[in-house]
Design a protein around this ligand. Structure first.
Ligand code: NAD
Ligand code: TYD
Length: 362
């Protein structure tokens, strides 16, 4: 049995689905179901006794203590977080609450559980903390990619809250001996990605005939990894990672944002051409830049390859095609996820800005 937190979100749900497709070890899935948590993503597991879903907060110590006592997991994988940089700029408090305080409370619950285990189970136990490359700050065009030796220099409320959580995890290892490993991954993309993040937002807006908002000059660089490759890296680190170590995870796919948007448009032009025969590129709209926008992220994932033999299975070309095809085939999931609280946010954040620029609906 393993305990997954945040397993109704984008990466956590992909992880749970892959895990149960590959082995029969059961999963307890603790997720608060914020706007980003979507039980529909896990619909294929309905009636599957290997998946126990519990709606709740990682910061609810009583609940977490009870789950640990009841299910006695051999490992905890912590995906739960507030994850969207733009939201963290507009409202940082939830980020501090979940990413910092929530992780602290989770660590304390796990420490209590782990301390009382018999010696053999104590030695085998793992707490894997899922984190981001954004904790390292921003690179110039010529800087080498981030290694695990880079200083932490987080710039956004999101990355600062993730950096704080990484430091807590590190301290719980050094001070209390909790058997932890941390992964710092680059930008993920793939199925079940919420359409507030760059790639799914571009696909969904393009199909809806809306503007494709590119921040600033569109030349910010991110390193992109197909979500299933992130999941395989986490499985590898969970089984073989050295205690107290951090492992960078990346796809060696550095791309400027505008190139990503152009690629998405080209795939849609091929797979679902616009009725008027024009390219979806016509919908691209440059908008005001994000405050404090990090210019470039790049990941050096050689430690993970050297120590644990991990390599991504997808190239960007294969991964992005699969992703666009998935969104074309799953319009109902997209429609459902765009309702309620999520929809209100998108309207406030993007539609108002585009309307002000006179470009709404492109
Ligand atoms: P997401 O926003 O899609 O999902 C987060 C999930 O956590 C949601 O299901 C939400 O309901 C749940 N959650 C939020 N607060 C909670 C709380 N207090 N208690 C319990 N559950 C809670 O995020 P994601 O993109 O799947 O990211 C998962 C993890 O991976 C995060 O820790 C994120 O920092 C990290 N990460 C993400 C990326 C990326 O590109 N998306 C890259 C590197 C690392
Ligand atoms: P995002 O998917 O929000 O991930 P992150 O900020 O964690 O890297 O954004 C990826 C890049 O795309 C980032 O440089 C911001 C940019 N971006 C846009 O240009 N337009 C958009 O509408 C969004 C959501 C992001």
């Amino acid at each position: 049995m393993i305990l997954i937190t945040g397993g109704a979100g984008f990466i956590g749900a992909n992880f749970v689905l892959d895990w149960l497709a590959q082995n029969d070890e059961p999963v307890v899935n603790l997720d608060k179901l914020t706007y980003a948590g979507n039980p529909e993503t896990l619909a294929s597991l309905e009636g599957d006794g290997r998946h126990v879903f519990v709606q709740g907060d990682i910061g609810d110590s009583k609940l977490v203590d009870r789950l640990l006592a009841e299910h006695k997991p051999r490992a905890v994988v912590n995906f739960a977080a507030e994850s969207h940089v733009d939201r963290s700029i507009h409202g940082p408090e939830d980020f501090v609450e979940t990413n910092v305080l929530g992780t602290f409370r989770l660590l304390e619950s796990v420490r209590g559980h782990w301390s009382a285990l018999p010696a053999d189970q104590k030695a085998a136990f793992r707490f894997l903390h899922v984190s981001t490359d954004e904790v390292y700050g921003s690179l110039s065009a010529t800087d080498p990619a981030f290694t695990e030796e880079n200083k932490y220099e987080p710039n956004s409320p999101y990355s600062a809250s993730k950096a704080a959580s990484d430091h807590l995890v590190r301290a719980w290892h050094h001070t209390y001996g909790l058997p932890v490993v941390t992964t710092n991954c680059s930008n993920n993309y793939g199925p079940f990605h919420f359409p507030e993040k760059l790639i799914p937002l571009m696909i969904v807006n393009a199909l809806a005939g809306k503007a494709l908002p590119v921040y600033g000059d569109g030349m910010q660089v991110r390193d992109w990894l197909y979500v299933k490759d992130h999941c395989s890296a986490i499985r590898r680190v969970l089984e073989g990672g050295r205690l107290g170590e951090t492992y960078n995870v990346g796809g060696w796919n550095e791309k400027p944002n505008i190139e990503i948007v152009n690629t998405v448009c080209a795939l849609l032009d091929e797979l679902r051409p616009r009725a008027d025969g024009k390219s979806y590129r016509e919908q691209i709209s440059y908008v005001t830049d994000r405050p404090g926008h990090d210019r470039r992220y790049a990941i050096d994932a050689r430690k993970l390859e050297r120590e644990l033999g991990w390599k991504p299975a997808e190239t960007f070309d294969t991964g992005i095609r699969k992703t666009v095809e998935w969104y074309l085939a799953n319009g109902e999931w997209v429609a459902n996820v765009q309702s309620g609280a999520y929809r209100e946010w998108v309207e406030k954040q993007y539609d108002a800005e585009l309307a002000a620029a006179g470009k709404a609906g492109a």
